[in-house]
Ligand binder design. Structure first.
Ligand SMILES: *Cc1c(COP(=O)(O)O)cnc(C)c1O
Length: 377
C-alpha cells in the first residue's frame, strides 16, 4: 500500500465497516511508473479494488478493500443471463497544490441510485459510494498519473450475482470499484471526431433504460457503433427513438451546439432530458459553468435537419460532445443517409474555452466556485 493504512476510512457508512486486506504482491514501482508514463485508457488497473456485497436478508455487508483480482461467479449468476448491471465513471486527480480530489462524486452516487432503481437493484447509500471511491484512491494514490490531462479513472459498478435462472430481480449483488490510470480518452490531444447519424438503430426510447447508466444500453449500441466505423466515422450519433428526428447523444457522450458568431453573444444548446437521454454530469456542469463565462445555456430539442440547416446558415458555429472520459471533444463532420455535412475543421473558440475552464477547475488551476471538487487527501 502506498499510503498509511491509518488514513483509509474505517467504514463506508454507519453499520458498514471497511475491512482492509492489502495486496501482498503490488506491482513493482518501476512497472507502475512505466504504465503511468503512457497509461492509455481503460487497459491497466491499480493494485486494489473495493467490494461490497448485498443480500436480501443482510442488506449491504462485507465491505472490503483488497487486491485487484478476478471474480468467481456461478455460471447461473443473474447478470450473465439478464444483464442486471449498472455502472458509473468518474475521475480522481493529482491537483496542482499536491492534494488529490475527485469531481462531483456525489452526483455520480445519486445517479447510481437512480440507475439502481430503474434496474430493480438495491440502492447503495451515496455516502458509501463516495467513501468506497475515496478508499480506493487513497490506497492506490501512487497510481494517479500526473501532468497534462491525466487522471485516475474510477469505475464503480454493481452486478446481480444470485445463481437463479428465473426472471425476477436477483436477491444477491456485488458492488465493486476498480481504478485505471488514464491519459485522454481519445489520446490526450484535442482531436475532432466524425459522426454517423444512425437511422437504422436507436439507443433508447422513453420509458426504456436510456436514463440509466447500465451495461445493456452499451451492448445494444455496439452494432450501430460498428456501422459508424464501417462508414468511416469515429462515433455514432443517436436520434430519438420515436420520430427518429431529434439528436440525442453521441456514443457515450452528450452533445452541445454553439449558436452565434459574435463571441459576446453566444448560446450553447444541448438536447433536453427527454427521458431517453443519459443525464451527464459533464453536461450539467457545463450548463452551470456557462453562466460564469458569460455564455447563455439552454436545453431544447434539435433535429438532425435543423442541425444541418443551422450549420449551413452559419447560425451554429461549433458542435462538441462531452463526458467524463473524454471531457470535451469537437465534432467536425456528420454523415447521414439524408446528406453529409461539415460542422467544423478545428476546435472552436467556445469549445476550447469551456474545455479549458472545466479542466482547470478539475486540476486545480481555476477556482472551484461551485464546490464541485471533493478533496480526498
Ligand atoms: C456516462 C454517459 C454520458 C456522460 O455522462 P458524464 O456523467 O458526463 O460522464 C453520456 N451518455 C451516455 C450514454 C453515458 O453512458
Amino acid at each position: 500500500m502506498s499510503t498509511a493504512t491509518a488514513s483509509l476510512p474505517t467504514q463506508l457508512a454507519d453499520g458498514l465497516p471497511l475491512r482492509v486486506v492489502p495486496n501482498a504482491n503490488p506491482r513493482p514501482a518501476a512497472e507502475r511508473e512505466a504504465i503511468l508514463a503512457d497509461p492509455g485508457f481503460g487497459q491497466q488497473f491499480t493494485d486494489h479494488m473495493v467490494i461490497v456485497r448485498w443480500s436480501a436478508d443482510r442488506g449491504w455487508h462485507d465491505a472490503t478493500l483488497q487486491a485487484y483480482q478476478p471474480f468467481s461467479l456461478d455460471p447461473a449468476a443473474a447478470v450473465l443471463h439478464y444483464a442486471q448491471e449498472i455502472f458509473e465513471g468518474l475521475k480522481a486527480y493529482q491537483r496542482s497544490d499536491g492534494t488529490i480530489a475527485s469531481f462531483r462524486p456525489e452526483a455520480n452516487a445519486e445517479r447510481f441510485v437512480t440507475s439502481a432503481r430503474r434496474l430493480a437493484m438495491p440502492e447503495l447509500p451515496p455516502e458509501a459510494f463516495v467513501a468506497a471511491c475515496d478508499a480506493l484512491v487513497l490506497a492506490d494514490r501512487a497510481w494517479i498519473p500526473t501532468g497534462g490531462e491525466m487522471s485516475l479513472y474510477l469505475r464503480p459498478f454493481m452486478i446481480a450475482t444470485e445463481p437463479f435462472l428465473g426472471v425476477r430481480p436477483s436477491k444477491e449483488y456485488v458492488f465493486c470499484v476498480i481504478a485505471s490510470p488514464a491519459a485522454g480518452y481519445f489520446g490526450g490531444t484535442v482531436k475532432g471526431v466524425s459522426v454517423y447519424a444512425s437511422e437504422d438503430y436507436v439507443r433508447a426510447v422513453p420509458g426504456g433504460t436510456g436514463e440509466a447508466k447500465c451495461g445493456g444500453n452499451y451492448a445494444a449500441s455496439l452494432l450501430a457503433q460498428a456501422q459508424a466505423a464501417d462508414e468511416g466515422c469515429d462515433q455514432v450519433v443517436w436520434l430519438d427513438g420515436v420520430e427518429r428526428k431529434y439528436v440525442e447523444e453521441m456514443g457515450g457522450m452528450n452533445l452541445f451546439f454553439v449558436y452565434g458568431a459574435d463571441p459576446d453573444a453566444v448560446e450553447i444548446v444541448t438536447p433536453d432530458l427527454s427521458g431517453s437521454l443519459l443525464p451527464g454530469i459533464t453536461r450539467r456542469s457545463l450548463i452551470e459553468a456557462a453562466g460564469d463565462l458569460g455564455i447563455a445555456a439552454s436545453e431544447r430539442r434539435i433535429s438532425l435537419e435543423q442541425w444541418r440547416a443551422d450549420v449551413a446558415s452559419g447560425a451554429i458555429t461549433e458542435t462538441f460532445a462531452c463526458g467524463t472520459a473524454a471531457v470535451i471533444t469537437p465534432v467536425y463532420t456528420c454523415k447521414a443517409r439524408t446528406g453529409d455535412f461539415e460542422v467544423g475543421s478545428e476546435p472552436g473558440p467556445v469549445t476550447m474555452r469551456l474545455r479549458e475552464h472545466l479542466l482547470g477547475v478539475q486540476h486545480g488551476t481555476i477556482e472551484d466556485t461551485h464546490h464541485w471538487i471533493h478533496t480526498i487527501g
